[in-house]
Structures are given as C-alpha cells and as structure tokens.
Ligand binder design. Sequence first.
Ligand SMILES: Nc1ncnc2c1ncn2[C@@H]1O[C@H](COP(=O)(O)OP(=O)(O)OP(=O)(O)O)[C@@H](O)[C@H]1O
Ligand SMILES: CCCCCCCCCCCCC/C=C/[C@@H](O)[C@H](CO)NC(C)=O
Ligand SMILES: [Ca+2]
Length: 585
Amino acid sequence: MEMETELRLESSLWVGNKRYRAVLSGWHFNWTEVDKKNRDKKTISVPVAEVVGVEEGRVEILPRKSVEDTDKDFTVFYVKRSSSGSSYGLLWRLGRIQFSCPSRVLRDQWTKHLRTALKTHSPLRPNRLLVFINPFGGKKKGRKIYHSLVAPLFELAGISSHVIVTERANQARDHLLKKDLKGFDGVVCVGGDGMFSEILHGLIGRTQQEAGLSENDPTVALQPCPLHIGIIPAGSTDCVCYATVGVIDPVTSALHIIIGDSQPLDVCSVHQASALMRYSVSLLGYGFYGDVLAESEKHRWMGPLRYDYSGTMVYLSNRSYAGIVQYLPADPLLSSPRDRTRCLSGCSVCSRTTERLFPHSSVYSSHFNQFSSDSEGEWVSVEGRFRCVSLTCMSSSCPKSPLGLSPSAHLADGTGDLILVWDTHPLGFLKFLYRHTSTQDQFDLPFVEVHRVKAVRFSLPSGKEEEAYKETGGLRGGIDEEERGYIETVSRNGSQQHLAERDTGQEMTNEQKMATPFLCGLCCSKVPAKSVWNCDGEILSSTEILCRIHGQLVRLYARGIEEGAAVHNCGKENDKCQMGCTLIK
Ligand SMILES: Nc1ncnc2c1ncn2[C@@H]1O[C@H](COP(=O)(O)OP(=O)(O)OP(=O)(O)O)[C@@H](O)[C@H]1O
Ligand SMILES: CCCCCCCCCCCCC/C=C/[C@@H](O)[C@H](CO)NC(C)=O
Ligand SMILES: [Ca+2]
C-alpha cells in the first residue's frame, strides 16, 4: 500500500476472484485488472465528483437495499453513462463495484479516503432537500417516480429530504415565498414545466424579498437565488429538463442532483407598465405559440396530445398579428444565434459570462447590472404583421424539437434569442415549423429573423388595444405568393410605417378570448386581431409587455448537454433509430 498525500491511496483489491490495482489520486478513482495480459488491460476511471456513495460491506440497493456486512469489503456506487444513448444527452445510470480488501484496516482507509475526496471535490452536493411532488402532472406518475426511482438514490447518497405532495396549484410557490427554508441546500420539483415555473417564481421572489429588492422594477439587478433547483421530470412537457440535461429521465436527473452539479440559467422577467407579470426561461411566445396554448387549455382532457391537436387547429386558422417589437441587441462580438455553435456542458461563452457577471468569483455577492437606462439609445424597433414573436433564454430543445427553438442559444450567457416570423404564405410557415423537427436551419428562411438580445418590448400599433377582430376578406397570408410576407415589405425597416390595412373590432376580455373558437383563415371571415402571450405555458393577461433577461439568476442541479451526446434527425434513441438518420453532434 502507498499513500503519498492525504487524498492519494493505492493498493491491490479484489473484485470476485480477480485482482485489481486501485488508485485514488487527485480527481480520479480508477481500477485496473492486474493479472491480465497488457493488451487486455482495461482501466475503469471514475471522476471522484461522480462517485455517488461509498458503503461498508457488500451492498445492493435494487430491488431493495441489502447489506452483507463483511468487514473487509466495501461497495462504491458511481455514475455510469449508459451505452444506449438517448435522443439528445446521455442517460446516466447507477454503476456499482464491490471490492474486497486484505484487511479491515485497509478497507476503513479506503472508505475514509473516498468519502473525504467526495467532500473536497464536489462541495455543492446537497445534504438536505425540499421536494415538491405534483401528483397530477403529466401522466400522474410523479409520486411513483419519486418513491421508486429517486428516493432510494437520495437515501444511498445520504441526502435527507422533506417531501411535500402538493394539494393545489401554487402551493409550492407559496411555501417557498413564506416558509422557513433554513437548512435546505436545494429544492426539487417532481413535475413538468409548470411545476418548475412555480419553484422558479417562489425562489426568485423569496430571494428578492430577503435582499429588499423590487421585482417590479425592470432595471433592478435581481439577486441570484442561493438554493439550487433540481428537476425530476414527470410532466407533459419537460422542456427545461430536456434543454439542461439533454434527456428526460428521472434517474439521470436524480444523479445530477446527488453529485451537486451546478448549471446557471438565464431568466427573463416580464413586466407590464411597472409591475412584474411573470418570469420565463423557455418560451415567451406571441402569435402561434400563444394561440396554441390558449386553444390547448380548452382540451386539457386530451392530456399531452392536446398540444398536437391545438397546433394543427391553430396552424389551419392561418393567423398573423400586427405588432411593434423593440429590442436591445446583445454584444454581437460575444456570440450570435446564427453561429451554428451549441451550448454544451462547460460552454466557454457561458463561462465568460460568469466571469463578467460575478467578477469577484462569489456568485451571490456583487451581481453586475447588465442593463441600465444608458442603453436606451440602442433600442431597435420594427413593426409589421407576425406569425409569431418568440423570445427564449435557452435553446428550448424538447423531444418534439431536439435542437430547439434556437439551437445556438446559450443557457447562461445573459441573453435571449428573439425570433421574428413575419407574415407569410401558409406553406412557408409550415416549412418553418417543420424545420424544428429536423436539422434544417429554421432561420434560413426569408421571412424569419433572429436576434440575440438583452431586452424586448412589445406593443400594439396605435388603436390596436381597442380592436379585437379583423375582417380577413378570405385568404390571409396568401395574397402574396412570395414566401416573404406581404406586410413585411411595407414595414420591416424599422420606420414604424403603419400597416396599410387596419384591423377593426373591439376588445375582448380574457374569458371571451378563451371562449372564441379558432376560426379558419381559409374559409371564415373574422379572427381576433390580438393574440396572447404564452409565458412558459401560462397565458399572460397583458399584450403590451417589457422583458428583460437576467443573466444566471438561478442555478439548477444539471451540467448542460454533455459533449459526445448524439442527436438523431428522427428524435429517437440511438438503438431504436430505424431511419439511418444523420447524427448531429
Ligand atoms: N396538487 C395540484 N393540483 C392541481 N394543480 C397543481 C397541483 N400541484 C401543482 N399544480 C399545478 O399544475 C400545473 C401543471 O403541472 P406540471 O407542469 O407538473 O404538469 P404538466 O402535465 O406538464 O402540465 P402542463 O403541460 O399543463 O404544464 C402547474 O402549473 C402547477 O402549478
Ligand atoms: C409540422 C410539424 C410542426 C412541429 C412544430 C414543432 C415546434 C416545436 C417547438 C416546441 C418549443 C417548445 C418550447 C417550450 C415551451 C414550454 O415553455 C411550454 C410549457 O411547457 N410548452 C408549451 C407547449 O407551450
Ligand atoms: Ca441565454
């Protein structure tokens, strides 16, 4: 046995009847079979940060925990990447190896050193977690997913959890706003994007309350949240999980939580006049995405299928909406939404942002304010008719769209991508939508623009707030056979020239809007002149809004998409792909 520094340990160990040389040194723990011929020798190397737990004896945890406590054995549990990769990121599974030592003293040395190394190399591992389970999310399997797949792993890792199964919407948010959170290292939500949004609002709100900051003021530099958020996917849409982990898999997410991975995330605050409306991370969408959400709310009984049904109905309704979009461009020298890069684990663009936002290396101290009224002069303004206006702080990849709404967007660069889809022929818009499902560039279309931004304002052309319906006079968006929209030609240069044709009608209440059937633009004559905003799956009650991106406002137990993960055109798992698809790195 050799022991150089406190954290280096090397000795012979047995696994079954085979002898191994095991080494704990620096950041790695590895073991190599010794009696093999050189060319067959294989070393298994596990980063210490990915060791899940070390137990005395021969331990199994599945189907239930069993311990055979022999005094010369110990078991190491670690993160093992699954060979059957998934559609985007890598699946993580629990690896296990049982070692036998020549003596009890050596066994105790190994367990002690490994445990000390774990603490040293992953300081953000949680000890105590607050867990909220939405029992009604997705296929209503939240409780089962947590208790059968996640809780045994937390127990193995020595994490104590306080579990709350919610009984009403917003219970988790209210708890985080009001109750004592002392002693918790993080908050875990078991549910979908809606449940994540509750946690996000609760934690951001609580942090600002404690810092004495007003969430309503869009110019205030909000305080980053000290508690990490873990997402165990169990919803209908788990876009935030997919875009930050690369796979929708409760075990993978639980392992990221256990080892204390830390992924900062940009958050967009949405204001009306000087009041905060909501926060968004994945999609703030007006037009198509707002209409799909409003329509889908009427068909909740369909479950997750309601989005496909509503998407088709809204597409057929063939709508476009007038609006004025103003945006504050981000520094084009730092990155671009068209640079065809991808934000992967350890992304250098996001790391540089961390250095810029937190120059004194303490994430929770001086947060640099990226946004001030000095930037007022730099706003760019465009006006016209849009199929959709979308703002996303990250790629927003999801199983339906493996590369996402904006494939080169960054999780934590302090910016969002503003996607403007000008009015166009229905087939052009279908092409745009379809490209989200493949590797084809959805921005390489003449009626689409994408801008990397720090803030956005949206307003209706004068008079539009009072107008609700537009007489279409038949085919809309089909007047000009060109793909580039007919309205775009008169209004996209930012000169704020108003549309030649004005919408007419009167303002509807929200309830009326929700009750309005989606009328088909091909055969019906009246459609509403205003859409609604879809804010991460919630409908906003205002149309005219101001949005501001707050760089790295929250941290998730995740690490972004790991390099080497593959994406299939077909969106299927590697081993199930039947289409001979191209792999995209
Ligand atoms: N006990 C509860 N009863 C009713 N609603 C709840 C409860 N707990 C949480 N919610 C609400 O349910 C909404 C949807 O939850 P979640 O995101 O987990 O599931 P989902 O199936 O993905 O939903 P959606 O697709 O509608 O976003 C959330 O906005 C949350 O506020
Ligand atoms: C002809 C094929 C058309 C396919 C169109 C695919 C477009 C997919 C783009 C999906 C982006 C999802 C972004 C995430 C949004 C979430 O915030 C939100 C809440 O869960 N989900 C929805 C559906 O609004
Ligand atoms: Ca971003």
